[in-house]
Design a protein around this ligand. Structure first.
Ligand code: SF4
Ligand code: SF4
Length: 187
């Protein structure tokens, strides 16, 4: 996640909104193409076009407390479809960060645990090492202990082994050349 720290909008003062420069939220004219293309609206409490609308109205408390920003999988379909080049996925990303900064109670703690595990893993090597990242996620989210208790950890181990046999789960992590740049980018 990047440090976009300029999206807070005061109602009626969209021109002051710096987010319009790179996330372009204020260009939204509510055509709903973003929402119509989003693959996970079934699980959202506010549709993406409404998130943008609320942001533009300065209703930050409402958007920071919705589950939509945590359901968003950052697939960027919405951003690609938007005729006005609003970076909806970028707005979602920013809102997640803002919610964390403001100490908002996160409605999807497991999603947050996944985000943390994912980003920390990328920070280390510039790319994800699935085995390490999943281990970190399982511990952060409490899933490891839950799965040990109910015995479903065996299924995960079997699945991991099958992925390994198919060459989809390397045993050792690999880094990339530009990992410092990636680390700085995430910071
Ligand atoms: S696709 Fe773009 S312009 Fe249309 S509602 Fe979504 S953000 Fe607004
Ligand atoms: S980036 Fe998020 S809001 Fe946009 S289409 Fe993908 S899941 Fe939906």
């Amino acid at each position: 996640m990047t440090g976009r720290n300029s999206i807070v909008i005061e109602p009626g003062s969209l021109k002051k909104e710096k987010a319009s420069a790179h996330l372009k939220a204020s260009l939204c004219y509510q055509c709903k193409r973003c929402t119509n293309g989003c693959p996970v609206t079934f699980a959202m409490d506010i549709y993406p076009d409404k998130v943008i609308r609320l942001v533009n109205l300065g209703r930050m408390e409402r958007v920071l407390n919705c589950n939509t920003i945590w359901i968003c999988s950052a697939c960027e379909t919405c951003t690609t479809r938007c005729p006005n080049e609003v970076d909806i996925a970028g707005v979602m990303d920013y809102l997640k960060e803002q919610a964390i900064r403001e100490g908002v109670k996160i409605p999807q703690p497991r999603t947050y645990a996944f985000h943390e595990a994912f980003l920390k893993d990328i920070q280390k090597r510039g790319r994800v090492f699935e085995g390490g990242m999943m281990g970190s996620y399982m511990i952060r989210s409490g899933e490891l202990f839950r799965k040990i208790r109910n015995g479903s950890i065996i299924e995960d181990i079997v699945l991991g082994f099958k992925l390994f046999l198919k060459g989809r789960m390397p045993l050792l992590p690999e880094g990339i050349k530009g990992k410092k740049e990636i680390k700085d980018l995430i910071k």
